[in-house]
Design a protein around this ligand. Structure first.
Ligand SMILES: [Cu+2]
Length: 140
């Protein structure tokens, strides 16, 4: 009985530590970029490695907050990476909801300024689009 309680406590501690580590890991990356949505919610995009480099698998996380402040986890998010200065080949990193965040991996194919065009389809069918400006991706 005691052993069972102890192992449960141990498991809970490990889970809390893991969550803390994940949140901290995300916060250490490229500064989170936040935008308000017309629907009243918020969306946060953060790249988990900095500085951003060309031809590098770059993980990102997206957090969607509903107008009431809850985490919104049933939306469908699609991304398009583009450069404002020139037409670029289609670049659409896959986004999946996993471990409490929308996540994926981006590859920037060229140095310079980029834009992340984000389309959010909420569970109620409302679609919103926001654009995040990335000042600089550096040559690897
Ligand atoms: Cu380009």
């Amino acid at each position: 009985m005691i052993a069972k309680n102890e192992s449960r406590f141990y498991l809970r501690t490990v889970l809390i530590l893991l969550c803390t580590f994940m949140v901290t890991g995300v916060a250490l990356g490229a500064g989170p970029m936040e935008q308000s949505l017309a629907s009243g919610g918020k969306v946060l995009l953060h790249f988990t490695s900095t500085p951003l480099m060309t031809m590098t698998e770059t993980p990102f996380a997206i957090d969607l907050t509903s107008p009431s402040g809850n985490i919104e986890e049933d939306a469908v998010i699609t991304l398009g990476l583009d450069m404002p200065a020139m037409p670029m080949p289609p670049n659409h990193p896959q986004v999946v909801f996993r471990d409490g965040h929308y996540q994926g991996t981006a590859v920037f194919t060229m140095a310079g300024a980029w834009q992340v065009e984000m389309m959010i389809r909420h569970a109620d069918g409302v679609v919103e689009q926001v654009v995040f400006d990335i000042d600089k991706v550096l040559m690897k």
